[in-house]
Structure formats: structure tokens, C-alpha cells
Write a protein that binds this ligand. Structure first.
Ligand SMILES: NC(=O)c1ccc[n+]([C@@H]2O[C@H](COP(=O)([O-])OP(=O)(O)OC[C@H]3O[C@@H](n4cnc5c(N)ncnc54)[C@H](OP(=O)(O)O)[C@@H]3O)[C@@H](O)[C@H]2O)c1
Length: 323
């Protein structure tokens, strides 16, 4: 691919996150929102009109076979990520797939295999990895600015009304707190401390077997993480990383922090606004990788997705989640 060519994006599954992502793509000079697909034709047409997109399709398959689409963004519920990513990759498309990549480690491994076989870029849309605050705190932690890390505290919680239904409360779509938002605090613990030696976790379920809230302790050789995810109450959504020389606090909500503070005797605050809603940063990472003929990102690699998925499997086992 020539370096000066605009990257042509296709989006499938035109719900909440697809809207946010599309709005962010419009902010990027070297991105073109070229095609969108929905299971519903009028929804696709309206979405295309709203975001000045030239093509719309009434099936995901039709978008996969559009020769002009470079990369497909998969914005459907979790349960369909694996099969749709594989289909797109088999059709020669690069793929950015929403988190969590799949509901099992086995499926994540399968998706990555297909990316390698087809030599196409593939990445989990872990947007938080690419926002300026997270990139910068990770560098500081690795430089030892707050000493040896002993403790990570992170949560992701909001109240969702069960009466309104939707994918969060639908087991067939991979609903519940762990898969939807629990992956965020797990992600933070993983990028700071790596793979835990031991996992403890407990959940509160509704009568349909949806985990409404899940609390987790990750035990490392010399550190611990205390993590929480809930769709039944709110939380402050600050994240703290504590070391032997001080601590860092990501501004709330930490998963899209617009800055952070380092506490060492006194507080020093850093302001790092995100571009747009924050999805621009992951899209730019896709562009860089595609232009450099990389099939994976160095910042959020295939191995990172595999390892995070293995940790999620560990939590699933602990809480007895049968999704
Ligand atoms: N990165 C983030 O910040 C972020 C935020 C929210 C969600 N997400 C992830 O993005 C994915 C989608 O979440 P969302 O909140 O956008 O969901 P949503 O609003 O329910 O939209 C999902 C879309 O997927 C399509 N779809 C395909 N099969 C479906 C089915 N069986 N049931 C319902 N919809 C189906 C529908 O689009 P069509 O009708 O157009 O085909 C639907 O509009 C999830 O995996 C979630 O984890 C990420």
C-alpha cells in the first residue's frame, strides 16, 4: 500500500460504538469512511448519510467482498466477533475487531491464525492502550519513576436498567459485566504487571446467569491488583498504580483519561486531552501498521490479546460463568 493513499474503512454492526467510531474517523485526514453494513438496509442508508459515507450494504458479507474496502471495523456483539473477523480476513480485509475479541481463548487463537494465514492486519480494538495518558504512564512506570509496582486498583462500573434489556443482559450475546467492562481493569493490570500467578474472583448473578458485578484479585509474585466491574452500580472510575516510591492516578474515567497525576511527596498533574472521543488513536495505530505492512500492533499485539483472553478464562472459571 502506498503511503500517501487514504485508508478506506468499512464498518459492520451500526449500533452505539459504530456511531462513535465513525464520528472519530471523520477527524482523521488519511482515513475515509468508505462503506457501512447493517442487517437492516434503511439503517445502513441513514448511517451512511449521517457520516458522509459513499456506500452502504444490507449485509455484512456484501461489505466483505467490496474490493475497495481496506479495513473492516467489527462493531457487533461479542458472540459474533470471531466468525465475522475470520470471514473478513478470509476475504482479504484487514480487521479491527471490538473487545473482547471472542468469548473463548480458543476462538482468539483461531482468529489470529487466520490473520497470519492471510497476511492481513488484525487487532483487538483496545482503544485505551493507545490514548496519550495510558501510553505515557506506562513509559513512566517502566522507567521506575514510582519504584517497584506493588498494587493496581481499577474499576469500571455503571448502572444499567435490566428492564431495558439489550445485549448487556443477553447471555447469547456474551452479556454481563466481565466480558463487557471487566476486561478493562484486567487490561490495566496486565499491561502494568503482566500475567498473574493466581486469580481470585466472585460475582453476583441475576436469575438468567448474567454476572451483574464481578470483583477480582490478581496475585503476582510481589504485587496485587484489586479490580471490579459492575453493571448494577456506579463507581468513581479512577485507577491507581502504586509503587515503592509513589503512585500514579489516572483521571476518571480512567479508560479514557484526559490526564493523570504522579504523587511523590506532592502531586504533579499532567493534562493529555484525547483527539475526538478517543477512538482516533487506535485508528491511527491501524493506519501505521497497515502502511508498514505489519499484521499486528507492537503496542497491542496478538500475544497481548491471547494473554488477556487467558486471564479472562481464569476469571470465568473462578466465578463459574458458563458463557
Ligand atoms: N471500545 C469501546 O469503547 C466500546 C464501547 C461500547 C461497546 N464496545 C464493544 O462493541 C461491541 C458492540 O457494542 P455496542 O454497545 O455498540 O452494541 P449495540 O449498540 O447493541 O450495537 C451492536 C450492533 O451489532 C449488530 N448486531 C449483529 N448481530 C446482532 C445481534 N444478534 N443482536 C444485536 N445486535 C446485533 C447490530 O447492528 P445492525 O443492526 O446494523 O446489523 C447492532 O446495532 C461490543 O462487543 C462491545 O464490547 C466497545
Amino acid at each position: 500500500m502506498k503511503n500517501n493513499k487514504k485508508i478506506k474503512w468499512g464498518i459492520i454492526g451500526l449500533g452505539n460504538i459504530a456511531n462513535q467510531f465513525a464520528a472519530d474517523l471523520l477527524l482523521l485526514q488519511d482515513a475515509e469512511l468508505f462503506a457501512v453494513a447493517s442487517r437492516n438496509n434503511s439503517k445502513a442508508t441513514e448511517f451512511a448519510k449521517k457520516y458522509h459515507c459513499p456506500k452502504s450494504y444490507d449485509s455484512y458479507e456484501a461489505l466483505f467482498t467490496d474490493d475497495q474496502v481496506d479495513i473492516v471495523y467489527i462493531a457487533t456483539p461479542h458472540d459474533s466477533h470471531a466468525e465475522l473477523s475470520i470471514q473478513a480476513l478470509e476475504n482479504g480485509k484487514h480487521v479491527l475487531c471490538e473487545k473482547p475479541l471472542a468469548l473463548s481463548y480458543k476462538d482468539v487463537a483461531r482468529m489470529i491464525e487466520v490473520s497470519k494465514k492471510n497476511n492481513k492486519f488484525f487487532m483487538e480494538a483496545f482503544w485505551t492502550r493507545f490514548i496519550p495518558s495510558v501510553k505515557e504512564i506506562l513509559e513512566k512506570v517502566n522507567q521506575g519513576i514510582i519504584g517497584d509496582i506493588k498494587y493496581v486498583k481499577a474499576d469500571f462500573a455503571f448502572y444499567a436498567d435490566e428492564k431495558e434489556g439489550g445485549r448487556l443482559f443477553d447471555k447469547n450475546l456474551g452479556g454481563g459485566a466481565l466480558f463487557d467492562i471487566g476486561v478493562y481493569p484486567l487490561f490495566l493490570s496486565y499491561i502494568i504487571l503482566g500475567i498473574p500467578k493466581e486469580i481470585l474472583a466472585k460475582s453476583i448473578y441475576n436469575s438468567n446467569g448474567i454476572d451483574l458485578q464481578t470483583s477480582m484479585i490478581l496475585q503476582y509474585e510481589n504485587a496485587q491488583s484489586v479490580l471490579h466491574a459492575s453493571i448494577s452500580s456506579e463507581s468513581d472510575m479512577k485507577a491507581t498504580i502504586s509503587g515503592t516510591l509513589g503512585h500514579i492516578q489516572l483521571n476518571a474515567p480512567w479508560y479514557i483519561a484526559d490526564g493523570y497525576s504522579v504523587f511523590k511527596e506532592k502531586e504533579t498533574a499532567f493534562s493529555l486531552p484525547n483527539l475526538g472521543r478517543g477512538y482516533t488513536h487506535e485508528a491511527l495505530e491501524c493506519h501505521n501498521c497497515i502502511k508498514n505492512n505489519q499484521i499486528e500492533s507492537k503496542l497491542w499485539s496478538h500475544q497481548n490479546s491471547l494473554e488477556l483472553s487467558k486471564i479472562v478464562e481464569g476469571i470465568k472459571k473462578q466465578i463459574g460463568l458458563d458463557i
